[in-house]
Write a protein that binds this ligand. Structure first.
Ligand code: TRP
Length: 456
């Protein structure tokens, strides 16, 4: 039963596409290959898959169940299930985190617009050297006019889609954009794996060397799973709240998790085989990996300009369907809890997130102290990412698992999820995961993050 004028997804497919659109973004196509490259390849990929299955999937189910049961934004949802308690602060943390992540997510997404324009405009054709792209990247991100306008353009795109409402905006966008994304990615993979010398990269990516799995790697994988699946700040609570009673949560969540994981794996498959055909380039390039390396890779592929432009527009599309969900969480909060109109909420929060993103945009060379914060030595953008993506999401995920496992209850959550055949095995398994495995694993990460941040 749905109360009031709240919009509902037109179909389950629409929901799955939109939720998958939220999950698939810079996290899959930019952050996943970067982390795989730095963490040793195939063994990390397997660790990541385990994290997704054992922690990501149960928490995704928990968020969707809370959202559909309460039909509320994260703050209202916690307030409804645990009246008068402090649990709503967990929802509040999610609302703040949404604005915080959106602010710098939009800055990085802006760079992909710049790269698309560069590629489409021929700036990356017939490169004189591998250094050339690095210089181009640095001059793009340190040019204040450029990064600020690209940031503004991306934020305006995001606001326009969220302004269209649930059906009109998000669902329509996801329906059209997601299949396009998949097709371009498949084309890229096909090109990459058929390059001469691709086998080295394939081996790096697919043949696990388990001596490379350390405690730190496991934590890296868990964090990546959280970020990539859009968990820990109530995005899936908000999306679940728009889902009709008839839809089966378990199969919906399986589709979303499956699609997100498939896109991440394909992104790796598009990048590593090609990457290793260049002697000068390392898989451990770090955050600049795709921006510095890929134009070089594309340049040496026949027809690379087309692939390059295609890749960056793909990344832009993926980032847009993710940023939509980052904005939708605080927007739903202001509409549901504070009585704002959608228009007021989108304009105010979009402006706020833009303003909050300005120091991130300027802290890449344009303004010295923002590029290397006094006392911290990292850029403003890095500090925001650590604060919101690392700490807020992980804390949010921990409390979410604790909430469903110990406060609201695993049984009502299971009833909401309605496993296709809710066998005893499924129930017991889900209970153990949510009550013990998820909170413990996340607590271990948090303690370790805290400890490692204390040792310089
Ligand atoms: N999952 C998205 C990505 O991979 C980012 C994202 C969108 C997100 N909404 C979120 C991350 C909510 C955490 C929580 O790029």
């Amino acid at each position: 039963m749905v109360s009031g004028p709240r919009g509902l997804w037109g179909s389950r497919v629409g929901f799955v596409l939109a939720a998958a659109g939220s999950a698939i973004g810079l996290g899959n196509i930019w952050r996943f290959p970067t982390t795989v490259g730095r963490s040793g390849g195939a063994a990390f990929v397997l660790t990541y898959l385990l994290c997704v299955l054992l922690i990501g999937l149960p928490i995704m189910l928990a968020e969707l169940a809370i959202g559909r049961r309460t039909q509320r934004n994260p703050v209202g949802a916690f307030a409804a299930l645990a009246q008068g308690s402090l649990w709503r602060l967990v929802g509040g943390l999610g609302v703040v985190t949404g604005v915080g992540i959106l602010s710098y997510y939009s800055v990085v997404a802006g760079w992909t617009i710049g790269y698309f324009l560069n590629d489409a405009g021929g700036a990356f054709a017939n490169l004189p050297s591998e250094e050339y792209v690095k210089q181009a990247f640095l001059s793009l991100i340190s040019n204040p006019t450029m990064t600020l306008s690209l940031h503004a353009v991306f934020m305006a795109f995001t606001m326009a889609v969220v302004l269209g409402g649930v059906k009109g905006g998000i669902e329509r966008a996801a329906k059209v954009l997601m299949p396009v994304l998949l097709i371009i990615l498949l084309l890229l993979v096909l090109r990459s794996v058929t390059l001469p010398g691709a086998s080295v990269g394939l081996e790096f990516y697919l043949k696990p060397d388990f001596s490379k799995v350390t405690f730190a790697t496991v934590m890296e994988a868990l964090g990546q799973a959280f970020f990539s699946l859009s968990l820990g700040m109530g995005a899936m609570i908000t999306y679940g709240s728009y889902l009709s009673r008839q839809a089966n949560l378990f199969s919906s969540a399986l589709w979303v998790v499956g699609a997100d994981t498939a896109i991440a794996l394909l992104a790796g498959l598009a990048i590593f085989p090609a990457l290793f055909t260049f002697p000068g380039l390392s898989p451990a390039e770090g955050p600049g990996l795709i921006f510095v390396v890929l134009p070089n890779v594309f340049d040496k592929i026949p027809g690379g300009m087309v692939f390059g432009a295609g890749f960056f527009i793909l990344l832009l599309i993926a980032a847009l369907t993710s940023s939509i969900s980052l904005l939708e969480v605080p927007v739903a909060y202001l509409i549901d809890e504070r009585g704002w109109t959608r228009r007021q909420a989108v304009l105010a929060l979009g402006a706020l997130a833009f303003a909050l993103g300005v120091p991130s945009a300027l802290g890449q060379g344009a303004v010295g102290w923002l590029t290397s914060l006094p006392g911290l030595g990292v850029s403003f953008l890095d500090a925001m990412d650590t604060l919101f993506a690392k700490y807020s999401l992980t804390i949010g995920g921990l409390f979410l698992a604790l909430f469903v496992g110990w406060r609201w209850g695993v049984e009502p959550a299971l009833d909401e999820i309605a496993f296709v055949r809710a066998s005893r095995f499924n129930r017991v398994f889900f209970r153990i995961l949510l009550r013990y495995i998820c909170p413990l694993a996340i607590a271990v990460i948090l303690v370790n993050l805290a400890l490692s941040s204390m040792t310089p």
